[in-house]
Design a protein around this ligand. Structure first.
Ligand SMILES: NC(=O)c1ccc[n+]([C@@H]2O[C@H](COP(=O)([O-])OP(=O)(O)OC[C@H]3O[C@@H](n4cnc5c(N)ncnc54)[C@H](O)[C@@H]3O)[C@@H](O)[C@H]2O)c1
Length: 332
């Protein structure tokens, strides 16, 4: 895998993967990114110039995509519309980028035979009850709740069909919720951290009981690299790190770590169709590919993430007012 093409590499997890690959391998990386409101060139600063190239463009542009596939050994597809709340207020770009964009990449993979890895989410499986002893596995039936998760589910199914019908050399991974540096402030953890920095009380949907299974973005990146190098073509791998926490627990930890009272937050109207709990069984990745997460201590990872947002206000400040204006419309 000397030459990697990474779509959506100016976003949160895509940029983490680009930094991870350039720091831990000799590969060169090209990023293809449209730079939507969620993409930031600042997330790609400091990379080695001789091994990194940025291409500004849309994954739905077949001519551009075909040309780029032909120049690379493998493609890792992160580009997406990724925010559930936005998918409720305006689903059209989710259908366009997540479905048509993936279709465009798969057709290029079919034409060129290039190795393709598809990044997806555990949200395709719907949700679990709080007291359900089960966790999601690779066999769990798809049951998405939102326009975001349904377009991601649809994109996964396109990949499976292109593998089976056309022999495309693809793998899929479905990961739980990521945290770490360079995540857009519209997302749960950065929103709460930057609100506290701004002296604004954090806001929790509903009663704050919803559970997410947190994983550090670097662990997601190391797992993706492992699957790209060693995964079985046509297979799906779940990525997680045993990080189940209720939203309330996370906010209380953020507040305490930032020197506030643990209960200094407000409850607001719940998100429609809000999934209750996600939980990942990642034993296939461990047993078949020998992967392990490195960030086992959520409190320590969160503390480092808080420090990053404190030290990098210039990165997130330009996003903050627009993100909060969107939440203000729904009273959240
Ligand atoms: N954030 C999570 O917790 C999480 C968990 C599991 C899976 N995922 C998946 O990981 C991927 C990346 O998520 P993220 O949180 O980094 O998202 P993000 O919103 O931070 O970044 C998305 C990136 O894609 C780019 N993009 C959007 N539309 C594009 C288009 N048409 N053409 C080219 N580029 C385009 C944006 O400019 C941005 O840089 C997504 O596929 C998401 O479903 C995310």
């Amino acid at each position: 895998m000397d030459k990697l093409l990474v779509t959506g590499g100016a976003g949160f997890i895509g940029s983490d993967f680009v930094h991870y690959v350039l720091a831990n391998t000799d590969s060169s990386v090209t990023v293809l990114d449209k730079l939507t409101y969620a993409g930031s060139l600042a997330s790609l600063e400091g990379l080695p110039e001789d091994r990194f190239r940025f291409v500004h463009g849309d994954i739905c542009d077949a001519e551009l995509v075909n040309g780029l596939f032909a120049e690379h050994d493998a493609v890792v597809h992160y580009a997406a519309e990724s925010h559930n709340d936005n998918s409720l207020s305006g689903p059209a770009p989710f259908v366009q980028t997540n479905l048509i964009g993936t279709f465009t990449l798969l057709e290029a993979a079919r034409a060129t035979g290039v190795r393709y890895h598809h990044i997806s989410t555990d949200e395709v499986y719907g949700d679990l009850e709080l007291d359900d002893p089960e966790r999601f596995t690779e066999q769990t039936p798809y049951n998405p709740s939102s326009p975001y998760s349904s377009t991601k589910a649809g994109s996964d199914l396109l990949v499976r069909a292109w593998v089976r019908s056309f022999g495309v050399q693809a793998t899929i991974s479905n990961c739980s919720n990521n945290y770490g540096p360079r995540q857009h402030v519209e997302k749960f953890i950065p929103r709460q951290i930057t609100n506290v920095i701004d002296g604004v009380r954090p806001r929790l949907y509903g009663q704050g009981l919803n559970v997410r299974d947190w994983i550090h973005a670097d662990d997601h990146s190391s797992a993706v690299l492992r699957i790209l190098e060693k995964g079985r073509i046509g297979d799906t791998y779940l990525i997680g790190a045993d990080g189940e926490k209720s939203n309330r627990e996370v906010v209380e930890l953020i507040l305490q770590t930032m020197g506030q009272e643990a209960d200094a937050y407000d409850l607001v109207t719940d998100r429609p169709g809000h999934d209750m709990r996600y939980a990942i069984d990642w034993s296939k990745l461990r047993d078949e590919l020998g992967w392990q997460p490195e960030y086992r201590d959520f409190a320590a990872g969160l503390e480092a993430t808080i420090a990053w947002y404190r030290e990098n206000e210039a990165w997130w400040r330009p996003q903050k007012a627009e993100a909060e204006a969107k939440y203000a419309v729904s009273g959240q």
